[in-house]
Structures are given as structure tokens and as C-alpha cells.
Write a protein that binds this ligand. Sequence first.
Ligand code: PLP
Length: 393
Amino acid sequence: MQPELLHFAHRFDAVSGSAIREIFKVIAQPGMISFAGGNPSLAALPDQQVSDLAVKVLAENGKAILQYGATEGYPAFVESLHSYASDMLGGPVPAVLPVTGSTQAMDLLCKAFIDPGDVILVENPSFLGNLQCMKLYQANIIPVESDDEGLLISDLEQKVLEHHPKMLYTIPTFQNPTGRTLSLLRRKEIAALAARYHFIVAEDDPYRDLRYWGESLPTIKSFDQEGWVVFLGSFSKIISPGMRVGFIAGDPTIIRKCTVGKQSTDLHTANLTQAIVDQFLRQNLLPDHIRQICDDYRSKLSAMMGHLESFPAGVRFTRPEGGLFIWVELPEELDALKLLQQAIAGKVAYVPGTHFFVNGGHSNTLRLNFSNSTLEQIDTGMAILRELVAAAL
Ligand SMILES: Cc1ncc(COP(=O)(O)O)c(C=O)c1O
């Protein structure tokens, strides 16, 4: 069959597949040091604990776990998730829905709210995976300016008045890809703007527990009096991305719409992984586990920032207090896409920043991940990158 005879839906017109997925093919090469991707370190994945918990839950409730379940979630998990989310969000949460990774949360929110041409406001740069989701729902994606404290409220309000958005998508804590964190004041202001102008805030916060320094900030959702903010949570970065467990928390009417939307997507999130995460919550296993992960990632982040200090003058970078990423701006004349070819030849990979911008450009930027490399790999890889940048200037 000739591919040109296939008439794919127009929703794919603006979607070409994730650039990071292409880079993943390269980083699979032996000997490659990867600062691309956003994977937890292998040491952070609790395989033995998960195995023990799987044996336990299957012994106790195996038949129900292996049977079809409710779209609303595995009952025990819905209960423990409710109190987990209420603690996180600073008060009782009206409704929660377990989902198949928070990636699915975004898909369901778009399914519930976005008709072709509807406006979604986003940070620029932003998380590629969810930008792709918005494109598949044929949203009109409008970028909002940010600075080191996150979204600029004046620009946000102006864009709200100009474009009447259905939704704002934001990653307030240790943002992907910049590592930036939205200030407390701006969190309050965003909740207030959403209530004043009636748009949904999709608060995507998968990195909030990966804090290595400083004080945790309240969620935007905790300042939401009327239900305009929907919180997207994930266990990918603190237990396992392969288990695919996340959640949506918010207004019951919105959660109900997402539940109906989920029925035709995957019927329900796997009972077994919901039951395992339930045990993590019930047995209070997360605090110790997160502490161990944070100790490891803190030293890696410090090491990577230490190396960046010694890069040539004109190289600027963010100094996140947590999360998985550092954002680097090279001098204007350098092209991180071109440099990537040389880096890969030297067995180091990163993601060029241009991929994260709504309209491309910003070719002098790149994103570095530190969690998935050893300290030795960080030393070796960053020395190679420093040489490349110095040689290109
Ligand atoms: C900002 C952001 N949201 C969502 C996700 C996806 O999370 P999940 O594995 O829960 O689908 C990621 C993963 O990298 C992310 O960076």
C-alpha cells in the first residue's frame, strides 16, 4: 500500500512525533552519556519493594485485581489517594481520579474542554509531551512570557483579555524544561485570575516532591476557592514511570467528565499498579524513599551546576532547587542543534531547547538532565560539553 493513499485525520497535521523520542534512539548506543530524557536513576526505582507489594496485594485481593475494575479507580487506592491529595493540596479535595500517568490527565482534560481552535495558554518553553497532546486536540497554543519566578502575571492577564483562553497549562515547580519555580505570590495571582476570567488552570506538578533545597511552596490549587484549578499529579518520578500511575484532583463535575472520557480511552488504569501505589501510601513508604532519591539527585545537581560554573563566559544556566533539569543558554551565536551532532560523536547527549518552544527558535538553548547519570558520567560528560562549547566560540 502506498502511504500517500492513507488519509490521516487533520488533528495530526501539526504533529510530527516527539523529538526526544528520536534522541532516545541515539542514547541507546553503547557508551553514551545521556543528559537527555527525564528518567529517574535506576537506583531510584524500588524494584524489590514493588515486587514484595505485588505479592502481598495479589495474595490478599488477587481475583479483584485481575478482574476488570471501575473507571473511577481501584477502591482502596481512591481512598488513600484522597487523603494523599488532600495533604498535598492543603485541604479536602472534592474529587480524585487515578489515571494512567499524568500524561493521560492532560489528554482527558483536553478531551473534556478543547474544541479545535480553542486557546490554551502555556509557559514558553514547556513540556513537549503535553504540547503534542494540545496539538492533537487542535488547540490554538499561545505562549506566555516567564522570568526566573515563572509566568509573568502582566503578560498572562493581557493574553487572557486578548485570547479568552479555555485553559492555562502550567508546571509550577521545577518546570520542565527550565527547572524554574513559580513564586508564592504568582501562585495566588493565577488562582485569582482564573476565578475572575473563568478559565481552567491545569496545574501539572510531577516534580514537587523532588526538592533538594529550600521550602516547599503551596500549590496553585490551594488558593482556588471556586474549582477553576485542576491538579495533575504523578507517581512516575517518585516511585516508577513504568507503573503508569498518576491522578487528577479537582472539581467533581470536571472529574466526572474526565471519567467518562477515560471510559473509551483505557476503561481504567491497571488495578495492580494502583494497588501497589496504594500500599506505598498506606504503609507510609514514600517519605523515606523520597529522602533517599533526593539525597542522590541533590549531589548530582550540585555536581552539574559546579561544572557549568566553569563553562566559558556568556553561558547562562538556571539554578533549580529540585526537579530533574537545568536549562542552559549558550551565547547567541551558538546553535545547540548543531552542537548536538558533535556531542553525540563525543558520546554525550542532551535535548536542544528549540524543541520545547511553541514556535521553535531559541536555537542557543538546551536542557540537561542529571538524575539518570552517575557522578562520574556527569564529570566526564560535562567536561566534553565544556570543550565543545569553548571550541565553538
Ligand atoms: C511536566 C511533566 N508532566 C507530565 C509528565 C509525564 O508524567 P507521567 O509519567 O505521569 O505521564 C512529565 C514527564 O516527564 C513531565 O515532565
